[in-house]
Design a protein around this ligand. Sequence first.
Ligand code: FE
Ligand code: FE
Length: 178
Amino acid sequence: MPQKTREDRRKKAIEVLNKARAMELHAIHQYMNQHYNLDDRDYGELAGKVKLIAIDEMRHAEAFAERVKELGGEPATSYEGKVEKGQPVQTIFSFDSELEDDTIDVYNQFLLTCRDNGDSISVKLFETIIDEEQIHYNYFDNVNEHIQKLGDIYLAQIAGTPSSTGLTPKGFAVGGAA
Ligand code: FE
Ligand code: FE
């Protein structure tokens, strides 16, 4: 097998970083849609948390773009997949925990690609972001379990709670909300 050139290895890293960025852009749109629908249905606390998680994903999308730029690539601007609109509260959290679970799996594969191509900085970036996706997964999975087990009793406790996240929200995983 011919040795991969430095250029080939760089391109491989850019490719997976951009795929990850497109997944983040999808998550941002998906979670924003859920955030304002949950807010509209007055499930304030859930709306606020989903909004903070969307802000985490924005930070991830930026971080991937910055690394793509450092490697001399062009950051992706369109998102991967499809945004589900108007999901009922009963399906949002199982949907999101699956999304995070898939993301963790895919990012672990991307991390290995970066390692195979000698890009330790991108490996570290994926490690940091995977940790945050795990925090997202844990939150979504917990809420999903409450909804599945307690149903309306749980939702009645959430109804009417405030959705405020303050004037300068930092995010969920880093802002102290997790
Ligand atoms: Fe993310
Ligand atoms: Fe996430």
